[in-house]
Design a protein around this ligand. Sequence first.
Ligand code: PLP
Length: 221
Amino acid sequence: MTEIQENIKKLNSLLPENVKLVAVSKFKPKEMLLEAYDIGFRTFGENYVQELVDKWEALPKDIEWHFIGHLQTNKVKYIAPFVSLIHSVDSFKLLQEINKQAAKNGRVISCLVQIFIAKEDTKTGMEIEEFEKMLTSEEFSALKNIKVIGLMGMSTFTENLDLVREEFKSLKDLFEKIKSHTADNFDLKEISMGMSGDWPLAIEEGSTMVRVGSAIFGARN
Ligand SMILES: *Cc1c(COP(=O)(O)O)cnc(C)c1O
């Protein structure tokens, strides 16, 4: 077994059954992804549209591709034909564009809304109030080609694990608060939180999807 294969096996053996591993493969060559593929692993996360499209074209078609980076509206069209899950929806405008491109492809695209939880970092994600407002709007209910199936959050990049835990807790609290909201395009099941450095903590706080890169593929340079 290669190191990558061993890393995946080890991680999968440590994760509770209800937690899905997304292998974050940004900047890593296709050969490395194939090593994971060869032991039956199928779920990869990418941050950049061009890189994702290149890998999708070159690699086996039964791979489940997750988009986890900042997504510009003008690039949604390139990934709409095949993407399995977009973790990083951070505006209503983006959700509308995903809906439009999904419709063009005759698809319903599953999405997570990225919520701003990192108290001490530059702001990424939707504010909680903005999200709740969106959810109850008629414009949101009208979107037939997207489905919001969960929330995503990134904690502050810090050694202070108390802060990280508190931020993960705030995402879980929001999840519990809104999961009973009903709409045809809304079915909250997933909480995407936790990366190489903090996934055990994220799981303690209720994560159902961990996005792990360097702990599988090695450091990025
Ligand atoms: C790069 C990245 C990851 C993986 O980070 P590691 O620390 O290498 O595990 C997870 N989530 C997002 C959004 C990323 O950009």
